[in-house]
Design a protein around this ligand. Structure first.
Ligand SMILES: [Zn+2]
Length: 135
């Protein structure tokens, strides 16, 4: 990881600790490493909390972690060893991109599609943003 990125992550962590008065708190991943695989056992709990499709989050994690992932018996199997902190970090990134409103920071959003463009629409304040990510 680049030093600048490390620094950026450090800032992000500080921010998330300071702004922790909100009730929205993503569940941390639970799982274990088995051989060369990483098994995440609570992926369903996480998607039901953030209210986004499981397949979409898996696609995002595969791309971000550059690893093949597969859903097996409700658990996500990643075909390499991945540190859980790294997975938590990527899920936080997903939530920032696809769940939290940029304006009011609330998670009460929906993804809508208009003329082939995806938007994140906030049900709390009405803000609407195009989603940059191609996933
Ligand atoms: Zn909002």
């Amino acid at each position: 990881m680049e030093y600048e990125q490390l620094l950026e992550n450090a800032y992000k962590n500080i921010k998330s600790v300071v702004g922790n008065s909100e009730r929205f708190e993503i569940p941390k991943v639970k799982g274990f490493v088995s051989g060369n695989k990483t098994i995440i056992t609570n992926i369903r709990e996480i998607v039901s909390y953030i209210r986004r499709p499981l397949e979409h989050l898996i696609k995002f994690l595969q791309k971000e972690l550059a690893v093949y992932g597969k859903l097996e018996n409700g658990r996500l199997t990643l075909k390499t060893r991945v540190n859980s902190n790294k997975v938590n970090e990527k899920i936080a990134l997903y939530v920032k991109e696809f769940v939290l409103c940029h304006e009011c920071k609330k998670p009460d959003t929906e993804i809508i599609s208009e003329r082939g463009i995806k938007f994140k629409h906030c049900l709390a304040c009405g803000a609407k943003y195009p989603i940059k990510s191609k996933i």
